[in-house]
Design a protein around this ligand. Sequence first.
Ligand SMILES: [Zn+2]
Length: 136
Amino acid sequence: MSIPDYHHSLTGPFWQGAAQHELRLSWCRPCAQAIWYPQAACPHCGAALHWHVLSGDALLITWSEVAAGLNPHFSEAYISALVSPVEAPTVRLVTRMVQCAAQDLRCDMPVTVRFEKLQQLHGEPYVAPCFTVPQG
Ligand SMILES: [Zn+2]
């Protein structure tokens, strides 16, 4: 496993956005929808895709708490999750839930993006879009 490739032709803009605290998805303007995962062109109409900045609001689809360090690259306990951005309800983003406890999570609850600096065993830290339960 390596840190994100900021210059990758398909996924680089996602990680560049995260570094700037923007949640971006590849988007087809003619189809008016997200195309996820990123592709060279829209699979429906063939149009070129662009990157669309989202609000960061999403719904929690499912999650799993990893209590033991099974993956040496992520030695701390963490909560992996799938969330669906409000602007792209068919998309499932693989992410982490942070700043919350697993017992407080519910399916379909509103969550919001929170950009976290992640550190693997080797290499530079990088910023990833994680999600949390909004306060208040
Ligand atoms: Zn399209």
